[in-house]
Design a protein around this ligand. Sequence first.
Ligand SMILES: *Cc1c(COP(=O)(O)O)cnc(C)c1O
Length: 390
Amino acid sequence: MSNNPKIIQLSQRTLAVRSGLNSDEQHGAVIPKISLSTCYRFAEFAKPREFDYGRKSTPNRHSVEKTIADLEGGADAILTNSGMSAIHLLSVALLSPGDLVVAPHDCYGGSYRLFNSLSEKGYFNVQFIDQSNEQALTQVLALKPKLVLIETPSNPLLRIVDIEHIASLAHNAGALVLVDNTFMTPILQSPFTLGADVIIHSCTKFLNGHSDLLAGVLVFKEQTLADDVLWWSNNIGTANSSFDTYLLQRGLRTLAVRVLAQQQSALKIVDFLANHPKIAAVHHPSLASTPGHDIAKKQQKGFGSLLSFELKAAADKTPAFIERLNIFTLAQSLGGTESLISHPTTMTHSGISAQARKAAGISDQLLRISVGLEDVQDLINDLQQALDVI
Ligand SMILES: *Cc1c(COP(=O)(O)O)cnc(C)c1O
């Protein structure tokens, strides 16, 4: 491909499958090699080649960055060693003491902790608000924040907010808009078309999709901001390893196929749970009962493969249900080929007080599922037999 001029607009599925293929000029290897070298010989005195030192860039990282930027329709991307380090990098590059960050009150726990702890050290200020509350949004935007983080759907209740609406208000207030697109992936949601300036993904989740590496990425609408942040990335040293990048590229090839198949299974599981007498509630953007269902229909290209539900039985029955499951693994990540189940009260949200959890709508009977690629009937049978014992 590298020798051919780009004559057609490629679909996301093709872009992902063909990421970095045929880039080896020397041997014609179809699959890109892992380039482990940390340093690159200068072409001649005072003349570096495309790469000079691995902290700044490497062939593997550059290739994956290009693919993810193309998948999101952005100008450029920067790969980092985790989703958190991507958010940290943007914060350091962008914010000064006194600047205000606005984030959702129900954002990813790691983002909450990072913004909170850095603000306590005086690096910048932060306010967490319910972004579906118009009044709260207007009040906080009047303070002229520098950065507004949007994360939709939320975890674990899959609440939806309107990216286009919030981004437009944030821009009017002079803020930069960052969208965490980890749950949807570029296949199901395109934040740049809705007004985002920067997109962050935890590549640890769907983009890699095999639960065997940590990585993060920032995707930029404009090249100038990407260049500024790349300077900071080299300055701090947020690079990920070539081996992980190689695996990430391998995982990316099946992104579209995985995301669509997982979503299809999720819809069947939602249907099963929503009609089961032992289930009190199901949360998934496909359901009209999930707040923001109409917004999801408008801004998403699908409803995704994450869902949560509440058991009707008393909270002390929850461990028995989980222990009875054969296929679903009790673990707190998401987006892999394997189906996972998590219990927010004792896992992702255990650091929050019981009172705060209750206020956020997280009961002790709430469970979150990340639907994998197993046969969906096997998954439903597994849930059925575990529900039978409680
Ligand atoms: C996992 C996750 C992160 C953090 O990513 P890591 O790769 O674990 O550092 C950020 N945002 C969301 C929505 C996530 O699910």
